[in-house]
Design a protein around this ligand. Structure first.
Ligand SMILES: *[C@@H]1O[C@H](CO)[C@@H](O)[C@H](O)[C@H]1NC(C)=O
Length: 407
């Protein structure tokens, strides 16, 4: 009886929601998509293609056609458009950060993202995401320039906005279809469509009610659990992304093993660092690929630290690969590991450095594969061995796991 009353109430509410906005809709438009871009960089090129494709697909898109006068505060109309849009797409091009209006927009967008969980799908257009993240190169130069004329608080906010937007998984133009922008535009439109076309269902009160009344929730959780990655690969991108790590990843996937891939399209708009933490936390097996420059990246070192932690606390499997390095390099910080860790010592807090050093010692002492020693360095053979081992581990869960389920 209660259920029936609730359903009625929900239907009434939906009906009411449908009527009310109609009266106020006339002036401030509620856009589906807000495009933030540097006019001089992409207005007549990429942004125009994207705009037209989104409009053709039936979406209401805001793009600012009259560049804001320099130094003017961000207009209230623009603010409204950002706040009310469903999805914001900042197109971070090379000279984006040279423009104060762009940075103000970005600041507002990221504010809405953190405070109101607004969807942000960034396009990194012909730029290196790490340059945006750490404000290096042309981004560093642009901010140094602003610091001379603008309040330090503004500049600080802009730096924060750049760091946050680069922490969200987006599209990197150069990496998609060898830089063919038509493909990129298609991907963005497809993502926007899939998000906006499914969003209405979540708004329906009846949806959440169904989720609790029937066992939909547990079924839903069951499926999302199923989709979780079984294997996490930790590797240093520039060393092995296009080589060994890519081969290993595709061989594992060919064997129907679920591997976490940060470039999975479903992760667009998600927080990169929390997705990675989640993936490590929930995987069954992690495979750190310790290559020459692994220790030059604090991200790699942090991932490795979490992997070792999960191995200890949750009994996860860790299968290290010493890729063209010796375990003793890792364990005793010799050769490239020595040089890179000396660098890290200068850059990071002592406690962090000590943690990483300890982690490397542990991993260097663990059993793993030495790429150079397997079939004279023939990597195809090594990959086969790894896939076999992973399959065996996944099919025969460790004995202590089984004892838990039996009792
Ligand atoms: C992403 O998550 C990390 C913590 O995992 C947090 O510190 C950071 O602020 C988040 N970034 C954004 C843009 O929400």
């Amino acid at each position: 009886m209660y259920a029936f009353a609730n359903v009625l109430l929900a239907l009434l509410l939906i009906y009411a929601c449908k009527i009310v906005p109609k009266k106020t809709r006339a002036v401030p438009q509620n856009y589906d998509v807000f495009l933030s871009f540097r006019g001089e960089d992409t207005r007549t090129g990429f942004t125009d293609f994207l705009y037209i494709s989104l409009v053709d697909a039936g979406f209401l898109v805001f793009r600012d056609n009259d560049a804001l006068p320099v130094g003017k505060e961000i207009g209230s109309e623009l603010l409204q458009a950002i706040r009310n849009c469903q999805i914001a797409i900042p197109i971070i091009s090379e000279r984006y950060a040279q423009s104060k209006p762009c940075l103000r927009e970005l600041n507002e967008i990221m504010d809405c993202h953190t405070k109101h969980r607004k969807s942000v799908f960034p396009v990194f257009y012909k730029v290196d995401v790490v340059d945006v993240l750490e404000q290096r190169g042309i981004f560093g130069k642009a901010l140094r320039e602003h610091r001379r004329h603008c309040s330090s608080r503004d500049v600080q906010n802009w730096e924060l906005a750049l760091t946050s937007v680069a922490g969200i998984r987006g599209w990197t133009s150069q990496a998609i279809a060898n830089g063919h922008e038509g493909e990129l535009v298609k991907m963005v439109v497809a993502k926007v469509s899939s998000v906006l076309k499914t969003r209405w269902i979540e708004r329906l009160l009846i949806f959440s009610m169904l989720m609790s009344y029937y066992r939909i929730r547990s079924v839903y959780l069951y499926f999302s659990e199923k989709k979780r990655s079984e294997v996490f690969l930790a590797f240093h991108g520039p060393d092995t992304r296009c080589g060994f790590a890519a081969h290993l990843c595709s061989s594992l996937m060919d064997a129907r093993i679920n591997v976490f891939k940060i470039d999975d399209p479903s992760l667009i708009g998600k927080n990169v660092s929390s997705e990675i933490r989640n993936a490590i936390e929930h995987c069954k097996i992690s495979i750190p690929i310790l290559s020459e420059n692994f220790a030059s990246s604090h991200w790699c070192l942090d991932e490795l630290a979490q992997i070792v932690e999960c191995k200890k606390t949750k009994g996860q499997e860790m299968l290290p690969i010493f890729y063209k390095v010796k375990p003793s390099d890792v364990k005793e910080l010799l050769n490239s590991f020595g040089g890179n860790m000396r660098q890290q010592k200068k850059l990071f807090k002592r406690s962090k450095y000590k943690q990483w050093k300890q982690v490397l010692r542990e991993v260097g002492s663990s059993k793993g594969w030495e790429s150079g020693k397997i079939a004279n360095g023939h990597e195809g053979v090594l990959v086969k061995q790894i896939v076999k081992k992973v399959l065996r581990l996944l099919m025969n869960p460790q004995t202590h796991d089984r004892s838990i389920t039996i009792h």
